[in-house]
Design a protein around this ligand. Sequence first.
Ligand code: NCD
Length: 327
Amino acid sequence: MSKPFHVLSPEQFNRSFLEELFVLADKIRLIDKSKEGNRFLADILSHKRSMLYFTQPSSRTFLSFQTACSILGIKASEVRDTSISSEKKGESVEDSLRTFSSYVDLIIMRSPLPGLCDRIASLLNETPRPIPVINAGSGPDEHPTQSLLDLYTLSRNFAKRGGIDGKKICMVGDLRRGRTVRSLSKLLTNYQNVEIIFCSPKEFKILDDIREFLRAHPQISFSETGHFVEAISQADAVYMTRIQDEYDQSFESKIIDISKYCLTYDHLNYLKDDAVILHPMPRREELDPRVDLDPRAEYWRQERNGMWTRAALICKIFGVHEQITAY
Ligand code: NCD
């Protein structure tokens, strides 16, 4: 039996897949505008069921996946609290997920444990009824679908300016434990002459595995700096992130001064006129709500883009993308 189409890591995608996915997301967004189109979409996967296994907090990722399923007619069930499932009785997470897989056709999962998603996908591959698994965030490790929607947002914004190739992307914040930064950095290697500027306090610098990954892809370059204003003023896109203090061993984040890495209203003067401001959200003090009023603030649209990108991805997983394209 052929293996299902799992979504486990940004490394599995190539440029042609990304470009097709973004065209598909645009098409779904357009079709959904009319009642007739909305009905067409709601029938396309109405014979499928999904399960959202989210054992780490989530608002956007959970709801955008749930809504993406509903757009496509997929019935979604959920497990969010293991204290009321059989894991509480001592069942292993592997057995629990294998059990859930018996009832559905797709598992979308977020967990604090890096590597769990890959383990579950391999385990299901060996069962008589393997189903696809989507990684919706695996601890501080990866967040592949967030990087897809981040890239989709960049590609829409840069569509009239030669696309993502050749752009400078400045990523700010907790680059050490921010999985969105890790996944997006990897995905950007599908483009030519992109320059990533990593800007953070020294305690939150990117880890060696990302440095090595980027060095192995010479079509992309990167630099690391602590100078916030200098970094953001050169950028075509500024990608802000919050401190991931849920991964603190004690209270180490509390004693690091991040005030120099916060985008305030006054900083808007330093940004290029056509720069784009992104944030995977949720935000804290690193992104002043007054920035929301600036036309360069893209993060609210970025959230909505997540729903379209995830709907497009699910269509690819179940092989119904050609029906959408033909509509
Ligand atoms: C991000 C995450 O969970 O990694 N949020 C999201 O999925 N949109 C970013 C974060 O929590 O800081």
